[in-house]
Design a binder for this molecule. Structure first.
Ligand code: ATP
Ligand code: MG
Length: 253
């Protein structure tokens, strides 16, 4: 797939929850092959809700999501083949080893051709030392779980990678190493949508930065603007101008 191909297309994406909270409000966002898009936003701005809609875990009230040109709501199984998700708390089987978790999730993703050598290499690539490959993950640190989450995403060979606060709670070295991995995936042509509260890291790694407030992107900055601007200052300006929590709407759309 060529660089700059559109991997994700959100069109007028809207979510009103059953409690009438408007969490995502007519969002338009495209993610391209070979780019990292960092989404910033206050607590309750609608970042995770957006990811849940993209993943098809929640149905949009209005609008649509396409992954590699496939509509997530019309053809969820086909669309999901092209996306991998790593959350802040990667869900793993505690009584399985790292290697067993990787094998399980790789097969679940439909890949039956992976060899022991592939598993070993990907775990080493993500920075999990060999002694950890055959250890049960219930004793793993947060950073180790994140690394395993990325290994699962790599094995899936998905083009679109969604990350929800992936470096939250990691130590500075772990956070930096994790972002280096993400950067490698970008170079290999993946498109990455990552939510974060870490403005410093967003500035460092992003090709574009979006500021989300009240369920929509109130500002998107290109790389040159990100480099030139005082991102923290800009972010605070936008956040202070907008209501930061999901709004209650009258009636459901
Ligand atoms: N399942 C749900 N049912 C009802 N309301 C929800 C649900 N999930 C989220 N919300 C509400 O939607 C709004 C957006 O929440 P969301 O979790 O998407 O924000 P966020 O930007 O990810 O915040 P954070 O930075 O704290 O993770 C909030 O007002 C939240 O309370
Ligand atoms: Mg969230």
């Amino acid at each position: 797939m060529a660089q700059n191909d559109v991997l994700l297309r959100c069109s007028n994406l809207t979510k009103v929850y059953d409690n009438s909270v408007l969490a995502v409000d007519h969002l338009n966002l495209n993610i391209h092959s070979g780019e990292i898009f960092c989404m910033l936003g206050a607590n309750g701005a609608g970042k995770t809700s957006t990811l849940m809609l993209i993943l098809g875990f929640s149905d949009p009230t209005e609008g649509s999501v396409e992954i590699c040109g496939i509509d997530v709501n019309k053809n969820p199984l086909e669309a999901k083949k092209h996306v991998a998700y790593v959350s802040e708390n990667v869900q793993l089987y505690g009584n399985f080893t790292a290697r067993q978790n990787l094998d399980f999730f790789t097969k679940l993703a439909g890949r039956k051709d992976a060899t022991d050598e592939d598993y070993k290499n990907v775990l080493l690539r993500t920075g999990l030392a060999e002694e950890a490959h055959k250890r049960k993950v219930k004793g793993f640190s947060k950073g180790m779980r994140q690394r395993l989450g990325i290994a699962i995403a790599i094995m899936k060979q998905a083009k679109l990678i969604l990350l929800d606060e992936p470096t939250s709670g990691l130590d500075p070295k772990g956070g930096m190493e994790f972002l280096r991995l993400i950067d490698d995936m970008r170079k290999e042509g993946c498109g990455i949508l990552m939510t974060t509260h870490d403005i410093f890291r967003a500035k460092e790694i992003a090709d574009r930065v979006g500021i989300m407030s009240s369920g929509n992107l109130v500002r998107v900055l290109e790389k040159e603007e990100v480099e030139k601007s005082d991102l923290e200052d800009l972010y605070l300006q936008y956040i202070s101008q907008n209501i930061t929590h999901g709004r209650i709407v009258s009636g459901k759309k």
